[in-house]
Design a binder for this molecule. Structure first.
Ligand code: C5P
Length: 211
């Protein structure tokens, strides 16, 4: 079985970028678990679903396995905010656990590592992951990263609003009752505020290559 690398952390803390580099360098399958929550949100928006209705939302959840993930809307600000709302619901999280746990078995055959990135990977989904990292960065720096990404994607947004949204998502992720965002007991904390991507990669490699 491949070794599981769990990378959790706050929105725009660099998890996704660093995971992509790692995945490429070590030819390791990568699951961005946030995409599952994002896809449910896109489906809910497209189908005009009331997210308070468990029955209707479950229908979207059943669709995500065969859904197409190549969709620009996935990273829009609207979808980011709705995903963090949907992610507070226990039945939503429960119904995604199996899919995430199957990932290494399904895609990791013959591989050295699989990388799973999210908020609760080291704490809930893979509590026995071989390596656990927890990313953070100042809200100001994360908002700047997010703002630049959205502008690049052609969204009309202002920095102040993005900063507010980052704080709002942090609060939702950190304070929810089910699987809140927090470092796993045996994780390595990395503050990416003033680190380059290659510096973060070096820290991770120093850990995953020595044991
Ligand atoms: O990582 P990303 O920003 O794409 O995730 C979208 C949203 O999904 C997050 O704001 C978070 O609330 C939720 N999420 C989660 N647990 C995960 C991954 C994402 O609650 N493992």
């Amino acid at each position: 079985m491949p070794k599981v690398i769990a990378i959790d952390g706050a929105a725009s803390s660099g998890k996704s970028t660093v995971s992509k580099f790692l995945s490429k360098k070590y030819n390791s399958p990568l699951l961005h678990s946030g995409l599952l929550y994002r896809k449910i949100s896109v489906l809910a928006i497209q189908n005009g679903i009331n997210i308070k209705s468990k029955k209707e939302l479950l229908k979207c959840i059943h669709e995500i396995e065969k859904a197409n993930y190549k969709n620009d809307e996935l990273y829009s600000n609207k979808v980011s905010l709705l995903s963090s709302k949907i992610a507070t619901k226990k039945y939503v999280r429960d119904s995604l656990i199996h899919l995430q746990r199957e990932f290494p078995k399904k895609y990791g055959k013959g591989k050295r590592f699989v990388i799973i990135e999210g908020r609760d990977i080291g704490t809930v989904v893979f509590p026995k992951a071989d390596y656990k990292f927890f990313f953070w960065a100042s809200a100001d720096i994360r908002a700047k990263r997010r703002y630049e990404q959205l502008i690049k994607n052609g969204e009309k947004v202002g920095f102040k609003g993005i900063y507010r949204d980052i704080i709002h998502r942090d609060k939702a992720d950190l304070n929810r009752k089910v699987a809140p965002l927090k470092p796993a007991v045996n994780s390595l904390l990395i503050d990416t505020s003033f680190l380059s991507i290659s510096a973060v990669l070096k820290i991770i490699e120093r850990n995953i290559l020595i044991r």
